[in-house]
Every structure is written in structure tokens, then in C-alpha cells.
Design a protein around this ligand. Structure first.
Ligand code: ATP
Ligand code: MG
Length: 477
């Protein structure tokens, strides 16, 4: 571990986490052999391994033998002879995705299908492109499921889960997976509330030091003399009140991790001492003449522009280089809006669990949450939802349940949009209720990458209603 530290050099390009790269297996069950063949052909063009069947005992064996990931099934088979087989298969493979093929006149049946547990449906007759779109969506969902399951297992975050599905967060997860395995220092940058500490804990929990101490040191809130003795330790009598010798945190962390939070606040003279400690891998306690070896990994974070502080002579360049072997920059929440519904759902669920209620967001609230700029990032979102759940008299969170500052910002944006409707402000000045509803549904659907079940859950409307509305808007799966 120590050798890795000494010879620290920037790591190579991030290695993607091992995602499920094997092709997906699709089973097509339809009475019409020409439909079966056509569907299989399209699936193969999409890179899948396709089998056809009539969802009888043979299909069951096929699925068992080959482990199908997707089943494309005609409603007649699914509700008739194949029903039992389908149910049996689902019990054996709970992650099996089922797509119903239904006729245009029976949208109600499609809704039934969703209730029954199908992941999606296709209205016959459908085009090759429509089928390809559904297959791609399911393949993507499957990859994301595997990725997030794998990541969740790998990123056993010390406290809470590091959530995100935006491309920015996916990239961060890939880098994290690799960074955690090394022992280099890591510099974590990002605005306040973007999750720097959570990332530090995830690195620790997934590295060699997992299970050993994770020691956060807030360099911004301690007096300089205190930080010095906190970090490096002191001998008995080193200063007034030092009745006993103390190991500093760098020593006490053993082979764990020391997290230097708000490292930009470290006074210059202590920066020099820290650099020496990192280089020599030993510390000299305050007032002492001896040195003590250290073995902890060092992670540092700041919301400040550390590079410009270096240019201004406010932060030592040599220490900056030493800490910046790997740099992780967390994007502000407003630049990864795709994560907002996911995070909001997570914070709602947490409150629902704690308060034994079943909180949901009104369409208007969710639309606002996605649009709002969140200067305090994820922490502000989390606090906003906690506050709203506490204020909310029922279970649906309306804008009126939001804290004053957020409500003010919402009112302000609405007024602005009324004076300049064509600006890219909050909303058009005159919008009917139906238009607002449509905007909420379509925005949410887009934010969750077309996941209709999640959309219905977030907006607290029934799946049936959602499908009916989408049909009204002319949106097909
Ligand atoms: N990706 C995320 N998924 C889930 N929760 C998150 C995520 N990012 C941040 N949080 C939550 O938001 C809050 C703030 O996160 P954290 O303390 O890690 O931010 P920070 O960047 O260290 O902020 P500061 O600079 O103000 O110290 C915490 O409650 C954390 O659990
Ligand atoms: Mg922090």
C-alpha cells in the first residue's frame, strides 16, 4: 500500500466496470410463424440471440436451458395456453422482461398486460422500427439494471447510497470503481452539496481499507493549532492542556482513510507539514522529536477552485500536485437534471419509511423540482423534500408544502414567465390545466428515459391513466 503511495502516478484511462456484455436472449411466442420469424430477424439485427416458440412446454425448456432475458408474447398466448408457463417462467426468472403484442382495438388489454407485470407492449400491426425501439429500450434498461446492481454491490457506500443515472454520474461510477482499488490520494471537487463526502465514503468502502477507520477532518471548522494536533498528534505538555500524549488522526486511522474535508482552508504552514507527512509517510507529533509512521489513504475535498487558489499563492502548488493524483469533479445537480426524479423518489421513500406514510409529488411539484437550479445541490433537494414531507398534511406534496425560499423562487419564475412568455423561463403565461398536465407527463417521461411505470409512480397517477393520456397525445411505445 505504501509503495503505491510513494510511486503515485496518474492512473490510465478509466476502466469501465464489467457490465453485462453478453447478448440478450429473446424468445418470440406468437401463433403466426411469419410474425415470429420477422421479430427474430429484427432482434438479431439488434444484436440479440432470438428463439421462436409457442410458449408451451418446449419454450419453457428453451428458456430454462438458454436463460432468456426477454419474451415477446402475443396476448392470446399470454392469456391462454401460455399463461401458466409465463407465470412459471417469471417465478423462475423474476428479472425476465415480457413484452405483450396486442391488437390496436384492445388497449385496455395492454393496460391489463402491464398490470399483469409486462414491461412494455406493442400494438399490432407494428413496424420493424417500433419493435426495434422497444427492444433497444429494454436492452438499455437491462444494461442499466445490471450496471446499477453491480455498482450498488461495488459501491457499498458507507452511509446512504450514491445515486445517479445521468451520463455524468455513470462516468463517475466507472472512474470510482477503478479509483477505489488504488491507494493514491484523490482530490474531490464540486459545489457544496454535490456529494463529495458520499463519494469519499464510497471510495473508502470499496477499497483495501474497507472495514478500517474512515476519519473525516473538517479543515475549515477547526482553529489552526487544533488542526495541527488533530492531524499530527502531540506529546504530553506540548501545549497548555495537553495532559496526555495523543496520536494524530493520520496515525489513528491506521490503514484506513483520512478524509481532509475543505482542504483549501488548511493554513499555509500546515500545508507544508501535511506535504512532508505525505511524502515521508510519517508524522512528527506536536512538541515531539520522534516520528511515527502513517499508513492511511488520504482523500481530500473542497468546493473552492483549488487550481486558481494555487495561481493566487493561497494553496501550495506542491501539495496540490500531491493531492491531485486523481481528480474527481462532481457536476452540480442543475447539469444532471436526469438524476432529480430518481433522487426525489429516494428522499420521498426515506421519509415515507420514517413517517409511515406514503408520500408522492404532485405533477406541478415534480416539474418544478426538475426545472429548479438547486444552488445547494443534492443536499438542498434532500432538505426540501424532508421539509415538505413534514409540512404536508396529506400525502401528495404540492408546491405549497415547499419551504418559503423555494416557493419564492417558483413564484418569481412564474411571474417572470408571465411578463416574458417567449423567454426560456418557467412556463408559458397562459397554460390550460390540460397543457400543464401534458407538460408534466412528457417532461417526467423524458427525465426517466421513457420508463412509464416510474413516471406513473412519480406523478401518482394510475398506469391506466398514463397510458390513456399518452395515447391521447399520440405517443406510442
Ligand atoms: N448522488 C447522491 N445520491 C444520494 N444522496 C446524495 C447524493 N449526493 C449527495 N447526496 C446527499 O446529499 C447530502 C450532501 O452530500 P455531501 O455531504 O456528500 O455533499 P458535499 O459535496 O460534501 O457538500 P459540502 O461541500 O457542503 O460539504 C448528503 O445527505 C448526501 O447523502
Ligand atoms: Mg462535505
Amino acid at each position: 500500500m505504501m509503495r503505491g503511495w510513494e510511486t503515485a502516478s496518474p492512473p490510465g484511462p478509466p476502466m469501465p466496470l464489467p457490465l453485462e456484455s453478453a447478448p440478450l436472449h429473446l424468445l418470440v411466442a406468437d401463433e403466426d410463424p411469419s410474425i415470429r420469424r420477422a421479430c427474430c430477424e429484427i432482434a438479431r439485427i439488434e444484436g440479440m440471440v432470438a428463439h421462436e416458440a409457442d410458449l408451451c412446454a418446449r419454450s419453457r425448456e428453451l428458456l430454462l436451458a438458454r436463460g432468456a432475458d426477454l419474451v415477446l408474447v402475443d396476448e392470446k398466448i399470454a392469456t391462454g395456453a401460455g399463461c401458466v408457463v409465463l407465470e412459471e417462467l417469471r417465478q423462475m426468472r423474476p428479472e425476465l422482461a415480457v413484452v405483450w403484442m396486442t391488437s390496436a382495438s384492445t388497449v385496455q388489454l395492454a393496460v391489463e398486460a402491464l398490470r399483469f407485470g409486462a414491461s412494455d407492449y406493442l400494438v399490432k400491426p407494428f413496424t420493424a422500427e417500433e419493435l426495434a425501439v422497444v427492444l433497444r429500450r429494454l436492452a438499455r434498461r437491462r444494461t442499466l439494471d445490471h450496471a446499477s446492481r453491480g455498482l450498488r454491490e461495488r459501491l457499498r457506500a458507507g452511509q446512504g447510497n450514491l445515486l445517479g443515472q445521468s451520463p455524468e454520474m455513470e462516468k463517475l461510477f466507472r472512474i470510482l470503481g477503478r479509483v477505489a482499488q488504488s491507494t493514491h490520494p484523490v482530490l474531490i471537487l464540486g459545489e457544496s452539496g454535490t456529494g463529495k463526502e458520499l463519494v469519499a465514503r464510497a471510495i473508502h468502502a470499496n477499497g483495501a481499507g474497507a472495514g478500517k477507520p474512515f476519519v473525516p477532518v473538517d479543515c475549515g471548522s477547526l482553529a489552526p493549532t487544533l488542526i495541527e494536533s488533530e492531524l499530527f498528534g502531540h506529546v504530553k505538555g506540548a501545549f497548555t492542556g495537553a495532559h496526555k500524549p495523543s496520536d494524530g488522526l493520520l496515525v489513528a486511522a491506521g490503514n484506513g482513510t483520512v478524509f481532509l474535508d475543505e482542504v483549501a482552508e488548511l493554513p499555509l504552514e500546515l500545508q507544508a507539514k501535511l506535504l512532508r507527512a505525505l511524502q515521508e509517510k510519517e508524522v512528527r507529533p506536536l512538541g515531539g522529536t520522534h516520528v511515527v509512521p502513517i499508513g492511511a489513504r488520504v482523500l481530500a475535498a473542497t468546493h473552492q477552485e483549488l487550481a486558481s487558489m494555487v495561481e493566487q499563492g493561497k494553496f501550495r502548488r506542491d501539495l496540490y500536485y500531491r493531492l491531485n493524483v486523481v481528480k474527481l469533479t462532481l457536476p452540480p445537480l442543475r447539469e444532471r437534471k436526469e438524476d432529480i426524479p430518481l433522487l426525489a423518489a429516494h428522499f420521498l421513500e426515506r421519509n415515507s419509511r420514517e413517517m409511515e406514510r406514503n408520500f408522492r409529488l404532485s405533477a406541478e411539484t415534480l416539474t418544478f423540482l426538475v426545472e429548479y437550479a438547486w444552488p445547494g445541490n443534492v443536499r438542498e433537494l434532500s432538505n426540501a423534500i424532508d421539509g415538505a414531507c413534514n409540512l404536508c398534511s396529506g400525502e401528495t406534496i404540492e408546491m405549497g408544502d415547499m419551504t418559503t425560499s423555494i416557493r419564492d423562487s417558483w413564484m418569481h419564475a412564474r411571474m417572470k414567465s408571465q411578463t416574458a412568455p417567449e423567454s426560456n423561463g418557467w412556463a408559458p403565461a397562459v397554460e390550460t390545466l390540460a397543457e400543464m398536465e401534458k407538460r408534466a407527463i412528457l417532461t417526467t417521461l423524458e427525465q426517466v428515459h421513457g420508463d412509464k411505470l416510474l413516471t406513473a409512480r412519480l406523478l401518482d397517477i394510475g398506469k391506466t391513466t398514463l397510458y390513456r393520456k399518452l395515447k391521447e397525445y399520440g405517443v406510442r411505445s
